[in-house]
Design a protein around this ligand. Structure first.
Ligand code: NI
Length: 398
């Protein structure tokens, strides 16, 4: 079966590159993936899959029916592009001014389609059913939620996904056990003091002075009260308050992002932040309001499924194609939301050019992907999916 998957993927390679170039030159922003979705649905229908459009607003879901309809494995690919003007000189550069596939989601979509093409042409039914989730709006961390709310995770036993990565060379797969990305939460803190004359501070409660202590104390106390092996990044990116240079401010609003890797750390963050803010405000008579909004959790890769992908990469592409990723990223990825419904793993698809001194990072206007990565991605995804049903226990119901 491996040989068949490899041959099909290699044979389809020119067509896959054509698909990827089409997607690359027609990028669409988060939540507006109408043409991309229609194109994706067209390719999937031509492979004989059952296709459903307008799932999760502009998403597409397709099923490749296998022998056991109750054993569902999902594959997720995101489709959106970024509001970045492309600065790469390509024949198939973006035709949409100011919009670019700078995060490689064109490659993700192509690998998803390629996997559907290969597995639908095997000539034998798969042991279980494969559900493809083509998701919109990953960049705004909304799409996974939209898809899940539309029921795409119903009956899914496991889920795979990948992300292109320029610092990993093409024809290489990066895998990581445990946390791959960070939880990203939003934070608003409002400090409420009392206004007064700038010359008479003792008659007022200076919200700017107290807010600046809140920022400093939060940063310092991460280093002194939190486990350094369980990283937390707290960035206050916005601060607003005050009315005039000679008037003591009565209100200051601080807004920021909070990143963490460990679920336990994340769970205690709201309480810890409140303790610090209360402790700073109390002696000076200020009040406070805190809004802590949980965003996407950390992508925590399932050990057994990660091991399965690692074994498939070694078998299909050779040990040299497997790279262990030692450090997680503190970026966020809404694939994490699917993992609240089923175990899964996300791996990194190397798209770096090996003959270049440097590869521009994701979200850079000069980001470029080595297209030889597409076949590597398809073989890894298709073979790991095929092997998945052989490694998990068959469903016992019915
Ligand atoms: Ni991305």
């Amino acid at each position: 079966m491996l040989h068949q998957i490899q041959t099909l993927a290699e044979t389809l390679s020119p067509r896959l590159i054509e698909i990827r170039r089409h997607l690359h030159s027609h990028p669409e922003l988060s939540g507006q993936e109408y043409k991309t979705a229609a194109y994706v649905a067209g390719v999937l229908s031509s492979c004989g899959l059952r296709v459903q459009e307008l799932v999760g607003k502009t998403g597409v879901v397709a099923e490749l029916a296998g022998e056991d309809p109750r054993r569902i494995l999902a594959i997720r690919a995101d489709m959106d592009a970024l509001p970045i003007p492309e600065r790469v000189d390509l024949d198939f550069a973006s035709t949409q001014s100011g919009i670019m596939h700078a995060c490689g989601h064109d490659v993700h979509t192509t690998v998803g389609l390629g996997t559907a093409m290969v597995l639908s042409q095997l000539g034998v039914p798969l042991p279980g059913t494969l559900r493809f989730l083509f998701q919109p709006a990953e960049e705004t961390a909304q799409g996974a939620r939209w898809m899940i709310d539309d029921g795409v995770m119903t009956d899914v036993a496991a889920i795979f996904s990948l992300h292109a990565y320029p610092s990993v060379p093409a024809r290489t797969i990066g895998i990581r056990y445990g946390a791959l990305t960070a939880a990203a939460d939003d934070l608003d803190i409002t400090i409420i003091g009392e206004s007064g004359h700038g010359a008479r501070p003792h008659e007022a409660v200076d919200a700017i002075w107290i807010a600046s202590q809140v920022v400093t104390t939060l940063q310092q106390s991460i280093s002194r009260t939190q486990n350094p092996l369980h990283p937390i990044v707290l960035t206050i990116g916005q601060i607003n308050g005050g009315r005039a240079p000679n008037v003591i401010a009565d209100t200051v609003k601080l807004s920021g992002t909070v990143r963490s890797l460990h679920p336990d750390t994340r769970n205690h963050l709201p309480q810890w932040i409140e303790t610090i803010v209360a402790g700073v405000c109390q002696p000076y008579g200020a009040k406070y309001e805190i809004t802590y909004r949980r965003g996407v959790p950390s992508v925590l890769n399932d050990p057994a499924l990660t091991e399965l992908v690692a074994r498939c990469v070694s078998e299909a592409l050779g040990d040299q194609a497997l790279q262990l990723i030692h450090e997680p990223s503190l970026g966020a990825e809404d694939f994490a939301l699917y993992l609240e419904h089923a175990p899964g793993t996300m791996f990194r698809l190397g798209v770096g050019f090996t003959d270049r001194a440097m590869n521009y990072p994701l979200h850079h206007p000069k980001f470029e992907a080595d297209e030889s990565a597409i076949v590597t991605g398809v073989i890894t995804m298709a073979y790991s999916s095929y092997r998945y049903w052989q490694t998990v226990a068959p469903s016992r119901s019915g």
